[in-house]
Design a protein around this ligand. Structure first.
Ligand code: GRF
Length: 201
């Protein structure tokens, strides 16, 4: 069985969607950089090891990432899943886990990397928006795309209504992408393009 750790910073609804989807991933730990993250409590209630490593207790990004890596390595995960994890990781951290870190981003990348994606989508007047699961590299929100789902932008949408529609899609595609990894269907083509092979029956 393949294993993973999930990194969160807050609510943890994506973490929950992955655990509840029963993808076959053994979730060995949930780690948050914020001790008060709501998701930690839920993970504990499921019997999953839930650990806080407070980034504020570390003087530098490097020191925090080293502490994070030490905790991750105690669990020897195959995959590291960022799920609403609001910290920029150092290049040294990324190179330690090549092609093993995934992230969910609330936009159709390469549109709207960074923060406030729903506000920016509304301001740009786009008619479709959505979310992306991608492999994490040192380029912010720009690693190889594994899965995407588009949602319509409706007349009268607010940042909140659009975020809620996108979040439902996030909860579908993140567990799906994890399944693809577990099934060994994710292939890296030249140029670091991800191709997902069809399932063999
Ligand atoms: C999600 O929209 C995720 O895409 C973004 O932050 C939000 C986290 O939500 N990076 P949750 O903590 O998974 O509920």
């Amino acid at each position: 069985m393949k294993s993973g750790v999930i990194l969160i910073s807050g609510r943890g609804s994506n973490m929950r969607s992955i655990v509840e989807a029963r993808t076959g991933l053994e979730v060995r730990a949930v780690i948050s950089n914020r001790p008060e993250a709501q998701g930690l409590e839920w993970a504990r209630s499921q019997g999953i090891a839930a650990v806080a490593i407070d980034h504020k207790a570390h003087a530098t990004r490097e020191a925090f990432d080293a502490a994070l890596a030490a905790e991750i390595d105690r669990h020897s995960p195959d995959l590291i899943l960022l799920a609403g994890f609001m910290r920029i990781l150092t290049p040294a951290f990324m190179t330690r886990y090549p092609r093993r870190i995934l992230n969910i981003h609330p936009s159709l990348l390469p549109s709207f990397p960074g923060l406030h994606t729903h506000r920016r989508a509304l301001d740009a007047g786009v008619k479709v928006h959505g979310c992306t699961v991608h492999v994490v590299t040192s380029a912010l929100d720009a690693g190889p795309i594994v899965a995407q789902e588009a949602v319509p932008v409706m007349a009268g949408d607010t940042e909140e209504s659009l975020a809620a529609r996108v979040l439902e899609a996030e909860h579908r595609i993140y567990p799906q992408a994890v399944r693809w990894f577990l099934e060994g269907r994710v292939e890296f083509l030249p140029g670091d393009i991800v191709q997902v092979r069809a399932a063999t029956s």
